[in-house]
Structures are given as C-alpha cells and as structure tokens.
Write a protein that binds this ligand. Structure first.
Ligand SMILES: Nc1ncnc2c1ncn2[C@@H]1O[C@H](COP(=O)(O)OP(=O)(O)O)[C@@H](O)[C@H]1O
Ligand SMILES: [Mg+2]
Length: 389
C-alpha cells in the first residue's frame, strides 16, 4: 500500500502530475485511486470525464474521485454543528456568523483525509494518489490531525466531564444549550475516523510527498518552505518535480533568455533539494489532458521507473545515541536559527518553525531526560536530551 501526496503552489501542474502518475501506475498493474482534496476540482478536466464524490472508474485499474467535502461535513458533523449553532444563537451571535464559526478553518478538508483513511483500510487499492490543494491549505490540512488529536486528548475529556456534570442543573435555571451525548458521540466518531491518519501519512514506508514546482523564483521559494514544514510535521518528501522546463528543441532566439533563466533556477533546485530525487518535465506543446496525453506525461516523468518506488529515503526525523545523551534529529531544511524555537512543556516538545508549530509527545525513553541543547546543524535540528542529574 502506497500513498502519494502531490502538492505545490497553485497552477504549477499538481493535478496533471497526480493524474499522470495514477495513469502510469494503473497501467503497470497497480489498483490505483486518484483523489482530490483541492476544492478547485480539476481532476475531471484532466481526465475529461465526469467525476463525483465516489470513486469512478476511468480506466482498467484506475479510479478517480473528487471529494465533496461540504457534503461529508454535513454527514459527519451535522449534530455537532447544530449544537454549536444553538449555543451561538443563545449567546446572541447572528445566524450567519454562527454558521461560519461552527466550521473551523480546514474542517471540510479534514474530511478529504478521513476519506483517504477509508480507502487505505478498505484494501481495494495498491496506490492512492492525492491531488492536494495549493500549498498553504495543504500544510494546514496536514498539521490538523496533530492539532485535533491534541485537542481531543487534552480538552475533549474535560469538556465532556463538565457537560455531563452541569447539564442537569443548568437545564433548570437557564436555557444555555448543553451538548448532549449525541454531540459527543458525533465528535468521538469523527475523531475515530481521523485517528490513525497521521500514522499512515507520516509513515515514510507508506506515504511520500511529491513537490511540484516550475523553474521560477517565487515558486521555488515556496516549494522550499513547504519542504521545511513537511519535515517539521514528519511527512517524507521523496521527489521534487520541476514542471514546464523549456525543452532543448526550442531554438527560437526569442526563448534564449528563458533558457538561461530556467538553467539558473534548475541549478538552485538541485542545490536546495539535494536530498531528494529531482525529476524534470518539459513544457509540452499542448494542454496535457485526457488519458492518452496523461500517459505521455507519466512516461516522460518516470522515465522507465515505477512511480510507486521510494525515489529517496526521506526520513523526516530519527533518534540517535550520543554517549549518555540521546539526540532527536529533525530535518528542517532552509531555516535560520532565528526562525526556530524549541520548548519543553511537560511530556511534550514544542517546536516552532516560522509560523508553524508542532508538538512532539516524547517517547518514554526521552520523558525522563532533560533537554540539554537544541542546535541547527546544516539542514537538521538536533535536540540533545541528557540524563537527569
Ligand atoms: N508540462 C506542461 N506542459 C503543458 N501544459 C501543462 C504542463 N503542466 C501543466 N499543464 C497545463 O497547465 C494547466 C494547469 O495545470 P494543473 O495540473 O491543473 O495545475 P495545478 O493542479 O497545480 O493547479 C492545465 O491546463 C494543464 O494541462
Ligand atoms: Mg489542481
């Protein structure tokens, strides 16, 4: 079982790469599903087929799906939302504001992930290719299971206890709507669906992220940031795909300057993504839609290789022994010392890189130890734990 997350800035060619990867894999015999979490669904355009919320067969071993996250939200979250709306009404918020507040950002996208989980569990597929939303949303999405599990573990049990305790009294004296068991059951079952997603997505044996970019300055900068944050959250990146490279066959002098510029950018990609496999895809002379053209894209992109392979090791973090000390090593390429902050909070290690924060729940072996120092060495953050004295 493999999961490939195809991500990158808007318009770089994510959908094309995701669809072409899926076409090639399915033709090599893998039972493949390509699914889109991007609300701007364009898989249907890529395949030139009508696609729906459920997997639709588009070729022999190939299924495609565009998740209607809004509908999924209704299904699983309806009870919780009704309760929150009631609560906001009671507190005097206008209906429309309440409506907005009850869906926290990224909520709908989470359902796309829950659906990936369903498919990995079903055993129906050998490969799931996820055509992700543009980078920012994807990062938010990929950090959400962590945020949510923190919430569920820390806050939810308390909330539940308080609610069952106060409900009988409150109902007598005020009309404050208190969550009933139906609401808690809905939250719990939603959480159960999500639980384990992080395990799948952060297992480098199963999941690899493929970063799509164009040979353009801004696009590469964003890809570098994404690479950093994916590492922070523990997702392995195995390939950088540079799409829309002008082929050498373009000899018109009008494009001479463009050849130069792209050459410079390709060099910077090779410097910045030295740890991962780099694949180039030329700018084709037409839009690459439909099975036949996607096959051409897939063949050129993977050049005789199996798209399901791990193209590079991509281990986002590891633990090393260093004499009496134990070092947690986290790949965070492209960051400055000033952007990184490490904080020990009880049994958790809170690592902040730029605007993103992740909390590591420390394994038992590290809980009894003290953080001695945190250093940035080359592209890695090394947090050294010493024995208590
Ligand atoms: N290498 C390429 N050569 C020619 N057209 C391309 C290439 N890559 C993508 N396209 C076209 O560019 C448009 C945007 O690509 P798409 O894959 O939808 O980007 P994204 O999903 O990142 O927004 C599509 O019409 C697609 O067919
Ligand atoms: Mg797209």
């Amino acid at each position: 079982m493999r999961v490939l997350l195809v991500t990158g800035k808007g318009g770089v060619g994510k959908t094309t790469v995701a669809a072409a990867t899926a076409v090639r894999a399915s033709e090599m015999g893998y039972r493949t599903l390509v699914t889109s979490t991007d609300p701007a669904h364009s898989l249907a355009d890529a395949f030139q087929e009508k696609l729906g919320d459920q997997p639709t067969r588009v070729a022999k071993k190939l299924f495609a799906q565009q998740i209607d996250s809004q509908e999924r939200l209704e299904e699983s979250w309806g009870d919780v939302r009704d309760h929150l709306t009631e609560l906001f009404d009671w507190s005097g918020l206008k209906g429309i504001e309440a409506e907005e507040l009850t869906v926290f950002p990224g909520m709908d996208e989470l359902f796309a992930l829950a659906s990936v989980r369903d498919h990995t569990d079903s055993g129906d597929y050998d490969l799931i290719v996820v055509d992700c939303a543009p980078t920012a949303e994807t990062l938010r999405l990929l950090s959400l299971p962590e945020v949510l599990s923190w919430y569920m573990e820390k806050i939810f049990p308390i909330g539940r206890r308080v609610a069952s305790f106060v409900r009988p009294m409150l109902n007598k004296v005020t009309s404050l709507p208190v969550a009933d068991d139906k609401v808690f059951a809905a939250v719990a079952s939603f959480y159960e669906r999500l639980d384990g997603i992080r395990d799948i997505l952060s297992d480098p044996e199963v999941t690899s992220a493929r970063l799509v970019m164009n040979p353009e300055k801004m696009v590469i900068s964003e890809a570098r940031r994404t690479y950093t944050y994916l590492g922070l959250f523990g997702y392995a990146v195995d390939t950088a795909i540079v799409n829309r490279v002008l082929p050498d066959t373009v000899t018109d002098p009008y494009f001479d300057r463009w050849h130069e510029i792209q050459k410079g950018h390709l060099e910077s990609v090779h410097d910045g993504f030295a740890d991962v496999d780099i694949r180039e895809l030329r700018l084709f002379d037409e839009e690459m839609v439909g099975l036949d053209r996607l096959r051409v894209v897939g063949d050129e992109l993977y050049a005789g290789r199996d798209p399901v392979d791990h193209f590079s090791e991509g281990r986002p973090f590891r633990v090393e022994d260093e004499g009496d000390n134990v070092v947690l090593v986290l790949a965070v390429p492209f960051v400055d010392k000033a952007e990184v902050d490490v904080l020990r909070h009880g049994d958790e290690l809170i690592i902040t890189v730029g605007p993103y924060r992740r909390s590591f729940v420390l394994p038992d072996s590290l809980k009894r130890r003290q953080v001695r120092r945190a250093q940035l060495v080359e592209a890695e953050l090394r947090v050294t734990f010493g024995l208590d004295e």
